[in-house]
Write a protein that binds this ligand. Structure first.
Ligand SMILES: [Zn+2]
Length: 324
């Protein structure tokens, strides 16, 4: 039994390369329209409630002033006379990436797909892939600043190698124990699944270092559940925390049960970071911010569709990407 022939197949095969590309673009647009309800970044920003605000003086008084060469609406500020678009003050300021590629890129980032794979799947250059990762990271740079954990808070440190310090003679420099070549990451999570993951320098941290890193992220008088590490003392003292200690012992069920949550968290973070081996450690905190942000999105997934929530976040942010 033969399947009946697809009636537009011959038509598609008869197209020239240019025509075929146009067809692909149209198909992508239609898919976007069905999935998100819009086909351009400007349209999406507008529907998500982004308002035209002058990026120079902050005024909201404007008149319409034609459009840009890429067909974005142009506004003219009535207070300082400058021209701007809805997305001037965003990471999409001068971007040429299409709505379709961007939403696909976000999708890959939510699965933490490494850059090389993103390049191949989306057929973009390494520059583009890199630039967009940095732009997206920039919108979550301050994300952890306002996170405060409370009531029951599990806390621990995890360590990853700093390949930058190790350099080429990696094996020779490798020392036993917690050497200065390891980056310390403080991880904490509370009973509401709020979480932080913040770099706390190299090697084993002092009491002061832990205190400085975490002090603004735990509500005073909470209970801290930890391994009794001495370096936590200052934090406990200054924030008047109740301390619940489970000594690290992998044969002790009591320890394993009570610390499972934080142990898992540290394990997940390590595996997450390992996926990006070879990344610039200067970006490590950005990767951690993104991880914490994603976890939050997943936690609230029943309220918001994850990809749409991220897209909305990117489009409503008022932060321009600045090259470092
Ligand atoms: Zn202005």
């Amino acid at each position: 039994m033969s399947k009946s022939k697809n009636p537009i197949e011959d038509f598609v095969f008869s197209l020239s390369d240019d025509q075929f590309q146009l067809l692909i673009d149209s198909v992508d647009k239609r898919k976007d329209k069905e999935m998100y309800g819009f086909t351009s970044l400007e349209e999406a920003a507008f529907k998500y409630g982004r308002k035209p605000v002058c990026p120079h003086c902050g005024s909201i008084n404007y008149i319409m002033n034609g459009h840009t060469p890429s067909y974005r609406k142009r506004y003219r500020c009535l207070d300082c006379d400058c021209s701007y678009t809805l997305l001037s003050d965003s990471i999409f300021n001068s971007s040429k990436i299409s709505f379709h590629k961007l939403t696909k890129y976000i999708q890959l980032m939510t699965f933490n797909v490494p850059l090389k794979e993103c390049m191949e799947i989306l057929e973009i250059t390494s520059n583009t892939a890199n630039l967009w990762r940095k732009k997206i990271f920039q919108t979550v740079n301050d994300y952890q600043n306002n996170l405060i954990l409370k009531d029951r808070v599990w806390l621990d440190e995890t360590y990853i190698e700093d390949y930058k310090i190790l350099g080429s003679d990696y094996k020779e420099k490798r020392l036993r124990g917690l050497s200065r070549t390891k980056i310390c990451i403080v991880v904490a999570i509370d009973s509401y699944r709020n979480m932080i993951a913040i770099i706390c320098g190299h090697g084993k941290p002092s009491s002061t270092r832990i205190y400085k890193t975490v002090k603004n992220h735990i509500e005073p008088n909470s209970t801290i559940i930890h391994d009794g590490e001495k370096a936590h003392n200052k934090l406990i003292q200054e924030l008047h925390l109740k301390s619940e200690v489970y000594k690290a012992d992998c044969k002790d069920d009591n320890y394993l049960n009570h610390m499972a949550l934080i142990n898992n968290m540290c394990g997940w973070i390590k595996r997450y970071i390992w996926r990006f081996i070879g990344m610039d450690v200067d970006n490590l905190q950005s990767y951690l911010n993104w991880y914490v942000y994603l976890l939050r999105c997943q936690r609230d997934n029943n309220k918001w569709k994850k990809n749409e929530r991220i897209l909305r976040h990117l489009l409503l942010e008022r932060t321009r990407y600045t090259r470092k």
